[in-house]
Design a protein around this ligand. Structure first.
Ligand SMILES: *[C@@H]1O[C@H](CO)[C@@H](O)[C@H](O)[C@H]1NC(C)=O
Ligand SMILES: *[C@@H]1O[C@H](CO)[C@@H](O)[C@H](O)[C@H]1NC(C)=O
Ligand SMILES: *[C@@H]1O[C@H](CO)[C@@H](O)[C@H](O)[C@H]1NC(C)=O
Ligand SMILES: *[C@@H]1O[C@H](CO)[C@@H](O)[C@H](O)[C@H]1NC(C)=O
Ligand SMILES: *[C@@H]1O[C@H](CO)[C@@H](O)[C@H](O)[C@H]1NC(C)=O
Ligand SMILES: *[C@@H]1O[C@H](CO)[C@@H](O)[C@H](O)[C@H]1NC(C)=O
Ligand SMILES: *[C@@H]1O[C@H](CO)[C@@H](O)[C@H](O)[C@H]1NC(C)=O
Length: 297
């Protein structure tokens, strides 16, 4: 568990570091103005406009006397001065997420976890084709966003996306099958929502996937029998507290890097393969509260 989360978080921090490679801009304001992209600035102002509570005054720096690349939480690329990251985690911001964020077309990293955003995830996010990480999750603890509605199918347009973190909101409906179009998709965390339906087969077909974490939802259905072959890079599969059923996916032993397999509190049945020991990296193996008969044949 820890090894897995450490590596997941390491990925996130790696990306954060990546974002931070474009640090404060060392150009004079007048020089900066030549590069200043009005589209980005207006989109950021729209984002601010939809936030009605900011107890720490985080967005006070988002004012007209300050170049927008120097606003708190905003990171621009050094050369083109385009906004590439928006990182405002755990700032107790309340509001909705403006669809104008979809105009920040150079965006690679959005981290708005642990705030109190509510409302829906705008379809317009689907325009951020350079986006790698979309984190509206709490990963850690404390405050949780309260995003509602369905996950927009336009997520399938985010061809650079590696990480989608949407856990502990109030999202409902199905996972869009368009997610299966994302060739670089590695980490999906969406636990603690009201998501339902089956997990689209196309998602189990994304060979770059490292972790699927969707506990405490209402998903149902079987796991594909060939899951361990279609997801060879799988390290974590967290499916606890859903309504999955069917046989234990024996091919999972082919996913040799697997560290966490949590199928607890579902309705899986049948037999557990004897060659589980092939999974030498397995740290957490939780089958609690299912319908398995005799374990280990
Ligand atoms: C600002 O962004 C828009 C939209 O991406 C683009 O069309 C325009 O060329 C950019 N302007 C500058 C000065 O970079
Ligand atoms: C964002 O793009 C849409 C569609 O092109 C446009 O209508 C809107 O005015 C833009 N928003 C900003 C803040 O520039
Ligand atoms: C604008 O932001 C800067 C940087 O945080 C701050 O020093 C300045 O007081 C702000 N101006 C206004 C009018 O709030
Ligand atoms: C997503 O891509 C499809 C097909 O290219 C396009 O029709 C749709 O407008 C895109 N959605 C968004 C939100 O950009
Ligand atoms: C989350 O949003 C829903 C729907 O708007 C609302 O009923 C619920 O009380 C909210 N929960 C929290 C913790 O704010
Ligand atoms: C999964 O991928 C294979 C090979 O790329 C393809 O033939 C198949 O149609 C895909 N299945 C789904 C459900 O996307
Ligand atoms: C999957 O695992 C089985 C059982 O260990 C093995 O016989 C088979 O060759 C593996 N398949 C692949 C493609 O690695």
């Amino acid at each position: 568990m820890w090894a897995f989360w450490t590596s997941t978080l390491a990925n996130v921090f790696l990306l954060l570091q990546f974002a931070m490679r474009f640090p404060a801009i060392h150009v004079s304001l007048s020089a900066a103005k030549q590069f200043q992209n009005e589209t980005d600035r207006l989109a950021l102002l729209e984002f601010k406009h939809q936030i009605y509570d900011d107890p720490f005054g985080v967005l006070n720096s988002w004012n007209h006397s300050q170049y927008h690349c120097q606003w708190e939480g905003v990171t621009c690329s050094t050369r083109h001065q385009r906004v590439v990251a928006l990182t405002l985690m755990d700032r107790q911001l309340s509001g909705t997420i403006s669809p104008h964020v979809g105009n920040l077309s150079f965006m690679r990293f959005i981290q708005l976890g642990e705030n109190q955003f509510h409302g829906e995830i705008p379809q317009e996010f689907g325009r951020l084709f350079r986006l790698r990480v979309l984190n509206l999750l709490k990963i850690f603890i404390f405050h949780t966003n309260n995003l509602t509605g369905e996950i927009p199918s336009s997520i399938g347009n985010l061809s650079s996306l590696t990480t989608l973190a949407l856990g502990y909101n109030n999202l409902e409906g199905n996972l869009p099958s368009e997610m299966g179009l994302l060739k670089k998709f590695a980490i999906l965390t969406a636990g603690g929502n009201k998501l339902s339906g089956i997990i689209p087969a196309s998602i189990f077909n994304c060979s770059a996937i490292i972790a699927i974490s969707v506990p405490a939802n209402s998903f149902h259905g079987n796991l594909p029998t060939n899951i361990g072959l279609t997801l060879p890079n799988l390290e974590g599969l967290y499916l606890g507290a859903n309504k999955f059923y069917g046989n234990f996916p024996t091919s999972i032993t082919n996913a040799s890097g697997l560290e966490v397999l949590d199928l607890s509190r579902n309705k899986f049945e049948g037999q557990i393969p004897a060659n589980l020991g092939d999974l030498t990296n397995l740290i957490v193996f939780d089958l609690y509260d299912n319908l398995f008969g005799n374990l280990f044949h």
